[in-house]
Design a protein around this ligand. Structure first.
Ligand code: AMP
Length: 401
């Protein structure tokens, strides 16, 4: 069974083609700078001799229609598939499923209308995701298309965890609530952890940390998400590359009243100019690590703040879970930055969390235990694979047809 996974943004489309018999990636690539004169189309695949090969093309790719045509041309030209009819399904990443979608959905007019209705909740993401779905449906109408939602894993949050203490009618009339994001990643790593720990998923309690440029944590009880740090939007919770995470909401009124900020400039401030970048001027964790080593005080402070916020949530999630079987790190930072893992878990032996520095001190490209053998809570690094998770969920929907 061949499944193409598409992650369409407003000006880019990432894609991966899987052979689901053995979950192998047959080809992957990216279309970047859609709408610009120097758009870039890339594919990585295995050639006829079994060697890894790459093609890169620069030229004007006007819109998503052209982008999908190029993906299809590249897959056919490289003989990965003979035609789009070879596909058994297409899985689409959709960021916001709101309260409408609690599981992956076979795309039809009703699903498209639902994703469209959710655009006000995810104005930066859902339109691009939707453009990918519409064009893909047009190009291969006989291939089942499945929408996989970033929010769906968090559909199991209890109401007391997802509601904000605002007038209840804002929930009823304007859908204001916590949705949570990175669900595909949290779901994938928790399933991998269950296999690794040889524990049934529905008996596993875990704290999952997806730490990348965007960062979120999730409390998983008996295999289900019961709380997560991101909220109505991906702005809440942890300190991120350029996003503030949790702040006192009254800061916004104060800045508007005293510093002349508007809704739009506040949006830019909190989403693009805050977080690690706001503190030390850089949002790349590798750079910040180097700056801190060279004695940059602001970089050291940014790291301290980043790790402190994670530690607070580990404490909070330990409290709501009661028993924690494992803590799982993933994402660009979670998989690669041993200092962040060590410092965010430091001093937590009272919660049963003990990192073994000799195993932690590495970049982890495969599943790795980083806790001591006697640590009551196992700490693992599990590289995430959101594309594979989308392909697996797409396969499940198609097989149930
Ligand atoms: P992601 O959004 O998951 O791609 O993660 C991006 C973040 O991971 C950036 O802050 C990168 O600096 C960070 N990252 C990637 N590789 C490393 C590394 N080797 N050490 C520390 N941070 C890294």
């Amino acid at each position: 069974m061949k499944i193409l996974v598409l992650n369409a943004g407003s000006s880019s489309v990432k894609y991966q083609l899987f052979e689901m018999n053995d979950n192998q990636v047959l080809a992957s690539g990216l279309i970047e700078k859609i709408g610009e004169m120097d758009s870039l189309a890339k594919i990585k695949y295995c050639d006829e001799r079994g060697c890894e090969a790459k093609i890169e093309r620069v030229g004007n790719i006007k819109n998503h229609d052209d982008a999908l045509a190029i993906i299809s041309d590249l897959l056919i030209e490289t003989k990965v598939i003979a035609s789009l009819d070879d596909l058994d399904g297409v899985g689409h990443r959709v960021v916001q499923g709101g309260s409408l979608f609690s599981k992956p959905a076979l795309v039809d007019a009703h699903v498209i209308e639902g994703i469209e209705r959710l655009i006000p909740l995810a104005p930066l993401h859902n339109p691009g995701n939707l453009a990918g779905i519409k064009v893909s449906l047009e190009k291969s109408p006989s291939v089942p298309q499945v929408a996989v939602f970033d929010t769906a894993f968090h559909a199991t949050l209890p109401q007391y965890a997802y509601l904000y203490a605002l007038p209840y009618k804002l929930f009823e009339e304007a859908n204001v609530r916590r949705y949570g994001f990175h669900g595909t990643s949290h779901h994938f790593i928790v399933k991998e952890a269950a296999k690794t720990l040889q524990k049934p998923l529905n008996e596993l309690n875990a704290i999952t940390l997806h730490l990348g440029n965007g960062a979120s944590m999730c409390a998983v009880k008996n295999g289900k998400s019961i709380d997560t740090t991101m909220g109505l939007t991906p702005l809440e919770g942890l300190i991120m590359g350029t996003r503030s995470g949790d702040i006192d909401p009254a800061i916004l009124f104060y800045l508007a009243r005293t510093q002349g900020y508007t809704i739009d400039t506040l949006d830019t401030l909190l989403n693009k100019e805050s977080g690690l970048k706001g503190i030390c001027g850089n949002n790349d964790m590798r750079e910040i690590g180097k700056m801190a080593q060279e004695g940059d005080e602001k970089a050291k402070l940014a790291l301290e703040m980043f790790n402190y916020r994670i530690k607070k949530y580990i404490g909070a999630y330990s409290a709501i879970l009661g028993r924690v079987d494992c803590i799982i790190f993933t994402g660009g930072i979670g998989e690669n930055d041993s200092d962040v893992r060590r410092d965010s878990c430091q001093g937590l032996s009272n919660l049963g969390i003990e990192i073994d520095e000799s195993v932690n001190n590495q970049r982890c490209s495969s599943i790795t235990y980083i806790s001591t053998t006697s640590s009551p809570v196992k700490v693992l690094v599990i590289p995430t694979n959101e594309e594979l998770e989308i392909a697996l969920q797409t396969k499940e929907v198609i097989e149930a047809l």
